[in-house]
Write a protein that binds this ligand. Structure first.
Ligand SMILES: O=P(O)(O)OC[C@H]1O[C@](O)(CO)[C@@H](O)[C@@H]1O
Length: 553
């Protein structure tokens, strides 16, 4: 496959630029809906899992598109060879070219063996899952005992980035399925506070530490794991007891062994699992512990259902592709600076944080696969908080600010907690916000609600106008069930991959996180007195000296 192009050189790109100028930027959603009573039917897609209860409705009708623009956006995907790149990914080709690796998180959830992906280790996936099942069953049932013979009551997942955000987000989202008498803590930050506060709630006799690190070299994780081990040994005394309380999830068996993890306590995965795509692998062990293996398997199968859809649906019907090209429409042609993910479900409160990594680490790239700097914007800046909290915080800017913030609204049809009128009230907000954003409020409508005196107050009148034409996608999921969540996660993963395919960047490496790590390692010796403060610019030197002079301990 040739990658010797920039996305902006594709014919559809130039066409979209023209369409933006000639009509896209002036599309009026009120008129578009008035003119086409079937707009919702034309621009919404339903997804039903083949093997699970996953069910989604994705409505993109409130976007600044018409049929010609929509077709041209899909042409862009076609010209960028999205389907061929997807197929190469599924086959196990080494599409992560800067690291010479396959990208096969889809193989972790291909339990039916539908895709025949080829890479070293794919045939070991089921064995690792069986290991996760037997271990999590033993911990949950109390058969696995701590060093004094007591059952495990708390788990502490020690990991950062994908080794934290995925399990944390999923265990929060699926809390209704959790074993409530097993407390789960997630420690990621190198800030000692994070570990100290978690340990305060734990008893060494009944705590299991899960050291989650793909590389097993990440400074934060290894430092936190060492602190946890020291804390444990202070009470437990003998190193022999470590094996009952520490397990490792890693691709780096040697480093985990060197840390003192016994072989039977190691859960393996492979270099073709990217950190931000790893919750489906051994990194999902804390998910298994919290919600049980069978539910974890449903998460995998729900994701697999969406993988099947992404693999086989024609582009016009392909939900991840549709979401991807709509995102590109705003990112690259309207110049939108960011994009919001707004979940109307309290359990989903870490969803946007999780997709910040998935999207921004994947697509925050400035070099195309042909080695040339891109001459267009890439990765979407993703942010969000759950509704309705967000409404009372930042929606003002989305409704009336000067910036265009395309947003995805996500809500479950069924709540896990039917309590009085709560869910209907929540959903009334979920329906109302995109409606307000799309159709706004005109000057005439504002005036009609004001007294004659206030109608003459032009500042007041203008302040109450909503311009409308602010685009949103509305995504309804039947229920945040394990399979439903799996499908939703997979949908967004494939959206992100599709955008990377179109921008002709490598969405699967993350070199941009390296420099800061290297510099921090260089600075550390000057904070511990092993080395003087030299070799930095005057700002960095000044800051370090300020810290050294003013610190108390
Ligand atoms: O699992 P590891 O190897 O500790 O890495 C943690 C995180 O660090 C990163 O490499 C970024 O620094 C992420 O991609 C990854 O999820």
């Amino acid at each position: 496959m040739s990658f010797n192009h920039l996305a902006s050189e594709l014919p559809a790109w130039a066409k979209l630029q023209k369409l933006y100028e000639s009509k896209g930027k002036a599309i009026d959603l009120r008129k578009a809906f008035d003119a086409d009573p079937k707009r919702f039917e034309s621009y919404s897609r339903a997804f039903t899992g083949q093997k699970t209860d996953a069910a989604l409705l994705v409505d993109v009708s409130k976007n600044l598109i018409d049929d010609e623009i929509f077709a041209s956006l899909l042409d862009l995907a076609r010209e960028a060879k999205v389907e061929e790149q997807r197929d190469a990914m599924y086959a196990g080709e080494r599409i992560n070219s800067s690291e010479d690796r396959s990208v096969l998180h889809i193989a972790l959830r291909d339990l039916p063996g539908a895709f025949g992906s080829k890479a070293e280790g794919v045939d070991e996936v089921k064995g690792e899952l069986a290991h996760m099942k037997s271990f999590s069953d033993a911990v949950r049932s109390g058969a696995h005992k701590g060093y004094t013979g007591k059952a495990i009551k708390s788990i502490v997942n020690i990991g950062i980035g994908g080794s934290n955000l995925g399990p944390l987000m999923v265990t929060e989202a699926l809390k209704p399925y959790a074993k409530r008498d097993l407390a789960a803590h997630f420690v990621s930050n190198i800030d000692g506070t994070h570990m100290v506060e978690a340990l305060r709630q734990c008893d060494p006799e009944t705590t299991l530490f899960i050291v989650a690190s793909k590389t097993f070299t990440t400074q934060e994780t290894i430092t936190n794991a060492t602190t946890a081990r020291d804390w444990f040994l202070k009470t437990a005394g003998s190193k022999e007891h470590v094996s009952k309380h520490f397990v490792a999830l890693s691709t780096n068996v040697k480093a985990a062994t060197d840390f003192g993890i016994a072989e039977q306590n190691m859960f393996k995965f492979w270099d073709w699992v990217g950190g931000r795509y790893s919750l489906w692998s051994a990194i999902g062990l804390s998910i298994c512990l919290v919600i049980g293996y069978d539910n974890f398997e449903q998460v995998l199968l729900g994701a697999h259902d969406m993988d099947e859809h992404f693999k086989s649906a024609p582009l016009e019907q392909n939900i991840p592709v549709i979401l991807a090209v709509i995102g590109i429409w705003y990112n690259n042609f309207f110049g939108a600076q960011s994009y919001a993910q707004l979940c109307y479900d309290q359990y989903m409160h870490r969803f946007a944080a999780y997709f910040q990594q998935a999207s921004m680490e994947s697509n925050g790239k400035g070099v195309a696969k042909n080695g040339k700097p891109v001459n267009y914007e890439t990765g979407e800046i993703l942010w969000g908080e759950p509704g309705t909290d967000g409404q009372h915080a930042f929606y003002q800017l989305i409704h009336q600010g000067t910036k265009l913030v395309p947003a995805d609204f996500i809500a479950p049809v069924e709540t896990h907690n039917p309590t009085g009128q709560h869910h209907d009230i929540l959903l009334s907000n979920f329906f109302a916000q995109p409606e307000a954003l799309a159709f706004g409020k005109t000057e005439e409508e504002v005036k009609a609600e004001l007294s004659t005196e206030d109608q003459g107050n032009s500042f007041l009148v203008k302040s109450k106008i909503f311009s409308g034409n602010r685009p949103t996608n509305s995504i309804m999921i039947q229920k945040i069930s394990p399979a439903g969540l799996g499908a939703l996660l997979s949908m967004y993963e494939h959206k992100i991959a599709t955008q990377g395919f179109i921008w002709n960047i490598n969405s699967f490496d993350q070199w941009g996180v390296e420099l800061g790590k290297v510099l921090a390692k260089k600075i550390l010796p000057s904070l511990t007195g092993e080395k003087g403060v030299d070799g930095h610019d005057s700002s960095t030197t000044g800051l370090i000296n300020y810290y050294l002079k003013n610190r108390k301990q």
